[in-house]
Design a protein around this ligand. Structure first.
Ligand SMILES: [Mg+2]
Length: 385
């Protein structure tokens, strides 16, 4: 499809998703300030609208949330259940639209371009929302417009249980009066810089010459400039759900060197752990495979509480390996695979992890994203070759 062609896209976003699922499981939570998150040392993964009135936000340390709202009820996450509901909503949407993108566990873009020949799209999306509410019992908001940036802003504006249609041509007028903080991609740091430049609204940002924004923010500046004018040509990318993430290695020389093999486990888990976190997933099962020099191949798997933490995955993989390895002949190949994948982010897994550990993973992955995947490894994972 050419980019100049007007598209029709709907953005559907479940309202306070984790909390909504918890309220379905326990109706006593309805109308109360509740949050899904870790206990004392953890962080908040999601907060109910009642809790948000007190200033409770996701990614906030639980301690701080409790200070803001002493009666806050904290519930541990049930990610199997969230994934089950997410899959249900995904299938409802995918069954009814030509192209569906699952942007996160509770957020979808559907490209309806071309459907307007046969359907009234406003009616179609309204019915889709009703159907999702009826089948899943979960509240959802949506926006219908021509591109993702407008949609993302608009859905946030109308939440919860809101709907909005922005006719083609009126995008810029719609976003113009809103605060620049509402633009996707404007985090606290960029917002502060814009604030210092005297830029408060999206319209003010749209009026700054591109060259100035590019000089100040680089490539991000060019993006900001286009988005502020309501322009976004990014496509709706069809949903793809990998069932597993794994890696394996055949060794040049068959080996029984335990130090080497231990380091290999660390290296492999760090590789797939990074991939897991980049896809915003957590794993519930680890499988180790060993092929001996006589080509006999054995595997063993173990279910674990879902996690995306390298240190937990490494510990499990090592335990499985030591149970599996019979030390009868040399090892020719070793592989590690993660399955039972569910969607979720760093913050979510942190029920057991300390805040310090979370920021460590975020920092490490940030470096990997910028400088390449092999730029950071545990010291012992480095010894391979
Ligand atoms: Mg949501």
């Amino acid at each position: 499809m050419s980019s100049s062609e007007k598209r029709s896209i709907v953005h559907l976003d479940l309202d306070a998703f984790f909390v909504s699922v918890e309220c379905k499981k326990n109706s006593a939570f309805i109308g109360k300030p509740i949050a899904v998150g870790g206990s004392t040392r953890g962080v908040i993964a999601a907060a109910s609208y009642e809790a948000r009135k007190f200033g409770v936000r996701s990614a906030m340390p639980t301690r701080q949330a409790k200070m803001l709202c002493p009666e806050l009820i904290i519930v541990g996450g049930d990610f199997e259940e969230y994934t089950r509901y997410s899959d249900l909503v995904t299938s409802i949407i995918s069954d009814r639209v030509p192209v569906c993108e699952k942007a996160s566990i509770d957020e979808f873009y559907a490209d309806l371009s071309g459907m307007d020949t046969f359907w009234n799209l406003q009616k179609f999306t309204a019915e889709l929302k009703q159907y999702i509410a009826k089948e899943s019992g979960l509240p959802i908001s949506y926006a219908l417009a021509i591109n993702k940036v407008i949609l993302k802003i608009a859905t946030n504006e109308v939440k919860p249980q809101g709907t909005i249609y922005i006719p083609a041509g009126s995008e810029r007028t719609y976003i113009a009066p809103l605060s620049v903080q509402k633009m996707p991609g404007v985090g606290p740091k960029t917002n502060e810089q814009l604030f210092k430049m005297g830029i408060r609204t999206i319209e003010m940002l749209a009026e700054v010459p591109d060259a100035y924004l590019i000089a100040k923010f680089g490539k991000t500046g060019a993006d900001l400039s286009r988005k502020a004018k309501g322009i976004d040509e990014s496509l709706v990318i069809p949903y793809h759900d990998p069932k597993s993430i794994g890696t394996e290695e055949t060794y040049q020389r068959d080996t029984m060197d335990m130090l080497f093999l231990n380091n290999e486990i660390i290296r492999m888990v760090e590789k797939i752990g990074y991939e897991l976190r980049s896809q915003n997933r957590l794993a519930g099962c680890v499988t180790v495979k060993i092929r001996y020099s006589d080509f006999n191949t054995v595997t063993k798997q173990r279910a674990i509480p879902i996690t995306n933490s390298d240190h937990e995955l490494i510990a499990t993989a090592k335990e499985i390996f030591h149970q599996l390895f019979e030390k009868r002949v040399l090892i020719r190949l070793m592989g590690i695979r993660l399955t039972q994948l569910v969607q979720g982010t760093h913050q979510i897994d942190l029920f057991k992890d300390s805040e310090k550990m979370i920021s460590l993973y975020q920092a490490l992955d940030g470096i990997k994203n910028r400088f390449g995947k092999s730029s950071v490894m545990r010291a012992s994972g480095l010894r391979k070759r």
